[in-house]
Design a protein around this ligand. Structure first.
Ligand code: PYL
Length: 272
């Protein structure tokens, strides 16, 4: 997992990235609508009954400036009430439980989870990111990926979740990784196709989920590519921007919104 920096997320609390209008333009949904779809809910769901506590975690490399505030702002935009706990770590967790939080969100250097306190169930960011970016890819591809060739770049945590999700959506999934053996492992485990030549794989696919922390040059991209790309850092050259039909990216919000809505869905689905 690539670690975010305060610089990467500085626009998130004030929504300076204007993600809703970008997603509506490329995928036809707002962030909230996409997250509702990703969590298997439907309609305009009211999340105001969920009280979220975001706990800053100091272990390992420590707190990322603006991270907890960004998560807090993202869940508020979904209509949940939210606050950042005063205490950190175990103290913050304890404070959240004491104050009756319905959901606790927290991240260390390897895991970022949304914990539904009422149901005792967790949703992690690898799944949330893979699911959110797969739904965005599907929507940007016209709402249906069945029978379409989709390439997943990167066979790490997010890529591993993405191959399963995209296969479940009916796509013909190929996976590539600079360490070919990692792609081969996913081939034998999930029945997807491992491709060795990363550049050739990119050139021959229009639908790509880039789960690797690397960018690639526009000259190898197919005309009209739809790239759903959670990896950070993120950049495309002028040729890539010109060739792409859509480049879907944000540093934190898509994965976090899906985590929070999926976490709430554990409770909401019980009451259906
Ligand atoms: C969750 C993000 C998505 C991309 N990279 C992941 C990352 O940066 N993880 C580290 C998160 C550490 C948060 C820190 C804090 O401020 O509470 N412990």
């Amino acid at each position: 997992m690539t670690r975010l920096t305060p610089e990467m997320i500085k626009g998130v609390p004030d929504d300076r990235m204007d993600l809703d209008s970008k997603l509506v333009r490329m995928c036809g949904t707002t962030v909230k609508e996409m997250a509702i779809q990703a969590a298997g809910l439907s309609g305009d769901v009211d999340f105001s009954g969920f009280d979220v506590a975001v706990v800053p975690i100091t272990s390992g490399l420590g707190v990322i400036g603006g991270f907890a505030k960004s998560v807090d702002a993202i869940v508020r935009r979904l209509g949940m009430s939210s606050h950042v706990t005063e205490g950190t770590d175990v103290q913050g967790f304890s404070e959240a439980i004491r104050d009756g939080a319905d959901m606790i969100m927290m991240a260390d250097d390897t895991m970022f989870i949304a914990y539904n306190v009422r149901e005792g169930k967790q949703t992690n960011n690898s799944w949330g990111t893979a699911m959110g970016y797969s739904v965005c890819l599907k929507n940007a591809a016209g709402g249906d990926l069945s029978g379409k060739d989709v390439l997943v770049i990167g066979a790490g945590f997010v890529g591993t979740e993405a191959v399963q999700i995209l296969k479940g959506m009916g796509a013909d999934v190929s996976v590539t990784d600079i360490v070919y053996e990692k792609a081969e492992r996913l081939e034998s485990k999930y029945g997807v196709k491992a491709l060795k030549d990363v550049e050739a794989a990119i050139s021959s696919h229009r639908y790509i989920l880039n789960a690797a922390p690397a960018s690639f040059p526009g000259k190898i991209m197919a005309e009209g590519s739809v790239i759903s790309t959670p990896g950070v850092p993120h950049s495309f050259d002028d040729e890539g921007i010109r060739k792409a039909k859509a480049i879907i990216h944000d540093p934190l919000e898509i994965g976090t919104a899906v985590m929070a809505v999926n976490s709430a869905a554990f409770t909401l689905k019980k009451n259906l």
